[in-house]
Design a protein. Structure first.
Length: 311
């Protein structure tokens, strides 16, 4: 039996493809994804849930911009904290209802330490929020906001994404899990902070949630790391005629494929890197799967399984 399970839910998955983000939609996604875990939730195993926040934090930033002159402005790391509260509430209530209150569930605002001199601060690359049509994108870019564009000319905000160093609240998370609490933590990769003269300070950035989740999974000595994404698993030559789903793979082989450029940095790349780090650090398995395959992926039957025991 798995004693400690870490599940990471992608922020984009909280809305269906080509669907607008809504609160009711987020609750529906959470219920549909987590309901199959009911038997696991009723066990004595420890469960930690993390989640992405790309669309949600982007909408929070949009609200901030629309309210300029009417309400005080919020720096990016505070927007991340707000998104942890929003999505944490969705997951916390959903898990409470699924367990009929038999297990305590708690969301923990989580700070993640990063290096103040990380070169990512000079090169924003992490997409957040919705895609903007050409005219609105041009207005944002004229205001000094960095954007990345798609083939249709739509723009999406990009922000710095420094690498996580450590999880500030890791001891609290361990203690909560040991007490039988289902914990929701490190939402959106956690709130990025730096240490200056022994004090923590927030910085305007977004930490990759998969890398932060892997760091946390290693720190709590999890037995399995599950990274949930929008596709059945990891593919070579993704979106091409010869795309191939990787079902069971050694971390060295997966790293070689990553080095060959199979996994873009803005999509599958961080999940692959996170899985490799976790498997090498713990000797345990990681799996990358889509929401509907979650239970079977935990059982080792679906998804891409990254396993140091593969020959």
């Amino acid at each position: 039996m798995l004693e400690k399970l870490v599940i990471s839910l992608g922020g984009n998955a909280f809305a269906g493809a080509n669907e607008a983000m809504t609160m009711s939609g987020q609750f529906a996604f959470a219920a549909a994804t987590l309901e199959p875990l009911s038997r696991f939730l009723d066990s004595d195993s420890q469960l930690l849930v993390t989640h992405g926040n790309g669309p949600q934090v982007g909408y929070i930033l949009t609200r901030v911009e629309e309210a300029l002159g009417k309400a005080y402005s919020l720096p990016l790391e505070v927007c991340v904290a707000e998104s942890e509260g929003e999505i944490g509430y969705v997951l916390q209530q959903t898990l409470h209802n699924l367990t009929r209150g038999r297990h305590p569930v708690a969301t923990l605002l989580t700070q993640v330490l990063v290096d103040a001199n990380d070169p990512a601060f000079l090169n924003p690359t992490k997409p957040v929020g919705p895609w903007f049509e050409l005219q609105q994108a041009a207005t944002l870019e004229a205001a000094g906001i960095a954007l990345v564009y798609d083939s249709d000319g739509r723009g999406r905000r990009v922000v710095p994404s420094p690498r996580p160093i450590s999880i500030v609240e890791v001891q609290v998370i361990r203690q909560m899990l040991e007490l039988g609490v289902i914990v929701i933590a490190a939402g959106g990769g956690g709130i990025p902070v730096v240490e200056r003269n022994g004090r923590l300070e927030g910085v305007e950035a977004v930490v990759d949630k998969d890398l932060a989740t892997a760091l946390l999974a290693v720190a709590i000595e999890a037995d399995l790391l599950v990274l949930v994404t929008g596709v059945p698993g990891v593919y070579t030559n993704f979106l091409s005629d010869d795309a191939c789903l990787l079902e069971h793979i050694h971390p060295d082989e997966l790293e070689a494929l990553a080095s060959a450029g199979h996994f873009p940095p803005g999509s599958m790349g961080p999940k692959v890197e996170a899985a490799i780090h976790y498997v090498r650090a713990t000797g345990k398995r990681a799996v990358i799967c889509q929401p509907g395959d979650l239970v079977q992926a935990i059982a080792g039957k679906l998804g891409t399984i990254i396993d140091a025991e593969v020959k």
